[in-house]
Write a protein that binds this ligand. Sequence first.
Ligand code: CP
Length: 302
Amino acid sequence: MKNKNLVSITDFSKEEIFKILNLAEEFEKNPNQNLLEGKVIATLFFEPSTRTRLSFESAISRLGGKYIGFTDAASSSVKKGESLKDTIMTVANYSDMIIMRHPIEGSARWASEVSRVPVVNAGDGANQHPTQTLLDLFSIRKTQGTLDNLNVFFVGDLKYGRTVHSLLQAMSMFNTTFNFISPEELKIPVEYKMFLDKKGLKYYEHRDFSDIISHADIIYMTRIQRERFSDPMEYEKTKNSYVLRKNMLKNTKENMKILHPLPRVNEINIDVDSDEKAYYFTQALNGVFTRQAIITSILGLK
Ligand code: CP
């Protein structure tokens, strides 16, 4: 795994994914170690972030490394017209690894092709969010005791939701049954259905999930993402499509867990937060351990 880019979750084999998850378990027990002494990691965020950037920076800090970067491209020379290629080639001179979030699909792949240090995709448009997927897998395995044969419900924006696209690809390795619940306008794209068809996996599409919620092992809620819509009217039409409330959890499986990559807007009512089935804030914490595992594996330190 040393020096590998992580641009898409499909860049990692099943064995590599298990290595990351097992290592993350070790970091969960002992997150403060000096493994990154002398290392500098760049975090380039061309799009807003709370969890991904701060959990990466927390992971680096707890391992004794240093980080450089920006949280707003307007504070970098991109504002003066510098290309992504020139930015990446320059930052690669200053760092041992580049972690990048960018609004354009494919930008992380392009960055990895011009960088002389490994590139980790922290989200590229509606395409992929592989480090989120690894922490999602960690969270699912931790709560369910397995990744195999689960019934996973994806709810919300399945068209633009990069966390859904990456997690679907990863879960396809574990004989998952997929239930896709979305408004008509935000259905899971056909290429992902073809991907599942090729693997012979079962998937079902629904507009509502209140009458089937009792079958879920994992409910993966997502936000309707205002920033991905070119037509504001389309956003207005779909923004309140789903609100998960505590009273909907009555007939759910005892060990069912609710995940959400966050941020949320209104798709999970706050009365769910105190329910033992709500796992999303612990899921965000798991991002620190999982990202420690990703960084140290790619730098060949573990
Ligand atoms: N899950 C996630 O990507 O959150 P942020 O946008 O806050 O990084």
